[in-house]
Design a protein around this ligand. Structure first.
Ligand SMILES: Cc1cc2nc3c(=O)[nH]c(=O)nc-3n(C[C@H](O)[C@H](O)[C@H](O)COP(=O)(O)O)c2cc1C
Length: 224
């Protein structure tokens, strides 16, 4: 018997190889349609859709299972406006002073600038926070291990879940993002990780004409 409590592996599913291939082809085809959107419609999205996508995000693996993330879902016009205003201050500073010429050159194909109207148009902003440490009910601190990696994985699942539901997202990182702690009342132990914008595309939405690396360019296999 194990020294710690265990349960039988719940609900693992194995598929015949042909089915495995076809499931993965379907999944790849689905995720490859995902594009970062910057032109959102204000069409509402039911809150339970966002909640289920967040539940999916909460299944992510995490260092020592400490689940070091917190998601703040913003749908109110007043808070969205505050976030847009604060983000645009940082973004203006970024585009006009802080960004290196190399960084600006890398952003050029995306056509982004300091104006962020989607922060008010889209029905949901989801502020993702990474918890550097947790707190026990008695106030003691618990160190979190690999919070960056863990929160990144949870966010990846969230983006994929929202896409799977037929919604579009924008991964937004106004830098620095400390203003999110103030506006959203989150503690110092939490670091803003990114701001996810979610909703439907505007009718005339366009995206940058960019490409993805082919498999060979980002993968190596060692078979001996
Ligand atoms: C960590 C991270 C930060 C990003 N920050 C921004 C951002 O602040 N503003 C923006 O317009 N896009 C941002 N993006 C979106 C990328 O520009 C986009 O993912 C990339 O151009 C590829 O396009 P695709 O997502 O449509 O495949 C970010 C993406 C990631 C992963």
């Amino acid at each position: 018997m194990s020294a710690y409590p265990t349960i039988p592996l719940p609900d693992f599913r194995e598929y015949p190889i042909a089915e495995m291939r076809s499931r993965l082809e379907d999944f790849y085809s689905e995720v490859s349609r995902r594009r970062t959107l910057r032109d959102f419609s204000d069409r509402p999205v039911p809150r339970d859709i966002i909640e289920t996508a967040l539940k999916a995000a909460g299944t992510a693996p995490s260092g020592a299972n400490l689940q070091p993330w917190h998601f703040v879902v913003i749908s109110g016009a007043e808070t969205k406006k505050k976030i847009r205003e604060a983000a645009e201050v940082e973004e203006r500073e970024f585009y006009e002073h802080r960004a290196s010429p190399e960084w600006l050159a890398a952003l050029e194909p995306l056509g982004t600038d300091s104006s962020k109207p989607f922060l008010e148009t889209a029905p949901y902003l989801i502020a993702v926070f990474l918890q550097k440490f947790g707190e026990l009910p008695d106030g003691r601190k618990v160190k979190h291990y690999y919070p960056v990696e863990s929160t990144g994985l949870a966010t990846g699942i969230l983006i994929t879940a929202l896409h799977h539901a037929g919604l579009a997202t924008l991964t937004h990182t106004p830098s620095p993002m400390k203003f999110l702690n103030e506006i959203l009342g989150r503690p110092k132990s939490e670091r803003p990780f990114l701001l996810l914008v979610a909703g439907y595309p505007a009718d005339d939405a366009e995206v940058p004409d960019i490409s993805r690396k082919p498999l060979e360019a980002f993968t190596s296999f060692i078979e001996d």
